[in-house]
Design a protein around this ligand. Structure first.
Ligand SMILES: C[S@@+](CC[C@H](N)C(=O)[O-])C[C@H]1O[C@@H](n2cnc3c(N)ncnc32)[C@H](O)[C@@H]1O
Length: 267
């Protein structure tokens, strides 16, 4: 393990959710332990790569929609290992002055994000744990790049399903709501067991040995994360149904993507 993208402190033996996701998306920042877990995942869900891509496509559409609506600050929590179409690239294509802060607790995700953002004053990466939102919101680097007294879009994309109920995922969203001003936004996508409880239970079991669990939730439970926010049309829907664009494949069975996505505004 001596490639330049591998930080010295990294533990390559335990599968990391960030690196497994990187592998599914065709990235090269992963180890044998990650590919082994991904192989197990592909056995349970042979279309897992497509699901990961549909999640990234939701992220792209949501960020572009908000940037086009004038949102110019983004805080991407559980941002992952940089891949094609990162938030700062999507936002800058619409507004080159947009400010973006990435937050992740994974060593490889943070090191690689840092390396691609060198010299970019409009973006930063912070290594932090989303279970401690107050620390994130008080971070000096975050407050250098974004101004919390102006509207910010908070992203929790494929992130809250890595947080167990007893770790208070609703408390994370509530802290963001409290920190945001009217006009702040929340972009959220989440694994659900609505369509195939057996499959998501098997995925949950598999992720027991990863760095974070995979906690699927019902539509009603995920909807509750939006308490106090106004959901934008079309609401909390299966990923490909959120404002599909020309690049979104028409889907007969959107529930097979096992994930809901929604975007909301703080009134
Ligand atoms: C599945 S990836 C999603 C990446 C990106 N948001 C996307 O949707 O394409 C989830 C990310 O959350 C990060 N993560 C997991 N638990 C975390 C925690 N407690 N605090 C911060 N990041 C965390 C993982 O390291 C991983 O990079």
């Amino acid at each position: 393990m001596d490639a330049e993208w591998i930080p010295p402190e990294v533990d390559g033996r335990r599968p990391s959710v960030a690196r497994v996701y990187d592998y599914l998306l065709g990235g090269a920042h992963n180890f044998a332990s990650d590919r082994d877990l991904a192989t197990g995942l592909l056995r349970i869900e042979p279309k897992a790569r497509e699901l990961a891509r549909a999640n990234r496509a939701f992220l792209r559409r949501a960020v572009r929609t908000l940037a086009e609506a004038g949102v110019d600050q983004f805080v991407d929590i559980g941002s992952g290992i940089p891949t094609q179409g990162n938030v700062h690239e999507i936002a800058h294509a619409v507004n080159p002055a947009a400010r973006v802060v990435y937050i992740d607790n994974d060593d490889v995700a943070v090191a690689h994000s840092r390396s691609i953002l060198v010299g970019d004053e409009r973006a930063a990466v912070i290594q932090a744990d989303m279970r401690r939102p107050a620390e994130i919101l008080a971070d000096p680097e975050l407050n250098r790049v974004v101004d919390l007294s102006r509207p910010v879009a908070f992203l929790l994309v494929a992130a809250l399903h890595l947080i167990k109920d007893e770790e208070d995922p609703a408390g994370i969203v509530a802290a963001l709501h409290e920190a945001g001003v009217p006009g702040a936004h929340l972009v959220l996508s989440h694994l659900t067991h609505e369509a195939d409880p057996g499959k998501t239970a098997a995925i949950g079991k598999l992720y027991d040995r990863a760095t974070s669990p995979a906690v699927s939730r019902s539509h009603a439970d995920i909807l509750r994360f939006f308490d106090g926010w106004d959901l934008l049309d079309p609401g909390l829907v299966y990923l490909p149904l959120w404002r599909p664009d020309d690049e979104t494949a028409v889907e007969d069975r959107p529930e097979r993507f096992l994930g809901f996505g929604g975007v909301a505004r703080r009134p």
